[in-house]
Design a protein around this ligand. Sequence first.
Ligand SMILES: [Mn+2]
Length: 283
Amino acid sequence: MNLKRKVEIAVISDVHLGTYGCHAKQLLTYLNSIEPKKLILNGDIVDIWQFKKRYFPKSHLRVIKKIMDFAADGTEVIYITGNHDEMLRKFADTSIGNISIVNKLVLDLDGRKAWFFHGDVFDISIQNAKWLAKLGGWGYDLLTLLNRTVNWCLEKLGKERYSLSKRIKNSVKGAVKYINNFEKVAADLAIENGYDFVICGHIHQPKMLFMTNKIGKTTYLNSGDWVENFTALEYQFKRWKLYNYNKDKLTPFFADEDLKEMDVKDLIAAITIVDQPKKNKHI
Ligand SMILES: [Mn+2]
């Protein structure tokens, strides 16, 4: 019997696997409860910056295994790179089986255009982002370039890279302003480019906002994170829904038993050996 909830698209971001803040168990429970046609991983899924700390527990491996199982079972998995997993940007526009890696994504959703990107493109300066947004199609590309150049220079100078989370933690007042600006700039950029939806992550603020300016309107969505909020975005029956693990009830489901019984060695083997023959899985 299949009791999993069918969704057309599920979007998660800012999971930060490999860090102490990541709530992999809750995420796994959520992933086990759904059956998405498309799974969009909108950046900062694996925290490669933190890798040197050598923290990668079993539950974190299980999340990776689960994502690969989705792909093996026919879910289209799209990994959009973020700033904590930007090493993957080297592999942008490549795909292995049902998994593809991209820097941004545009989808047609029942005749409406949806634009997905992580959102770290606004880190360097929201002021610059504001006027670059006015450049329409060029705005995003120029911002990407600016962001990379500044971080490249900082690294060459032996300085620390730009960290939004640090900036946000530095002042609450500043954080609120920054978040508002982030949402506004993302929406302006989307309107300028004619997108009906703009879907980001990065700022760990789950949200669904209808936004207008002089030129037009758009819907801004943010999938939140699995560090504090435990949220996801779901698209089904032509509408978006913000899923909240702590508030929304899970549909009754059966955990994937084979995943539960696997030990660390098996899990590592399962996610590193390609073309592994598929076991008989009960759904
Ligand atoms: Mn990020």
